[in-house]
Design a protein around this ligand. Structure first.
Ligand code: GNR
Ligand code: NI
Length: 167
């Protein structure tokens, strides 16, 4: 296993459109294992492959308090969406920033699991929010894109300054 480097906004590689995975083999399974390790170490409740500079449609999530509910979604698709809900979001690629975002309240998702087997799952609450946040990453989208241009530009300047200071 290995810890992967997480890209930070405004890195242009976070804008990559991820490609569908054509088969789940040894390389994909290793990537999934490394993504879980990286997410738990961060710590975070979700991680999309684009965040570790792999433009493939792979997501890992665990919203439990004790790392007991690992979920992997390969080629995820939202097949049902209902209601709206606002929740405070954060992102490992936008460290230190938390802002409310409105998303679908409940969804049904279709995907392949880490062994390549198809499954469907109903989600609401934080799991629903997290799945939508991660699928956005696979399309090169970040939660700051839902904020005003003024807020986003303030966040970009803050993170650019932070980066300069650590170089
Ligand atoms: O760790 C994370 N917490 C979180 C909190 C509210 C809404 C979404 C998230 S996802 C985030 C990890 C991350 O950046 N995944 O892409
Ligand atoms: Ni994120």
């Amino acid at each position: 296993m290995a810890l992967l480097n997480i890209l930070h906004y405004p890195d242009p590689r976070l804008r990559q459109q991820a490609e569908a995975v054509s088969g789940v083999g040894a390389a994909e399974k290793k990537l999934v294992a490394d993504m879980f390790e990286t997410m738990y170490a961060a710590p975070g409740i979700g991680l999309a492959a684009v965040q570790v500079n792999v433009p493939q449609r792979i997501i890992v999530i665990d919203v439990s308090e004790d790392q007991s509910q690992p979920l992997c979604f390969i080629n995820p698709e939202i097949i049902r969406r209902d209601g709206e809900e606002q929740m405070e979001e954060g992102c490992l690629s936008v460290p230190g920033v938390y802002e409310p975002v409105t998303r679908y309240e409940s969804i049904r998702v279709k995907a392949l699991d880490r062994d390549g087997r198809p499954f469907e799952l109903d989600a609401d609450g934080i799991l629903s929010v997290c799945i939508q946040h991660e699928i956005d990453h696979l399309d090169g989208k970040l939660f700051v894109d839902y904020l005003s241009e003024m807020k986003r530009s303030r966040i970009r300047k803050k993170l650019e300054k932070l980066k300069r200071q650590t170089l």
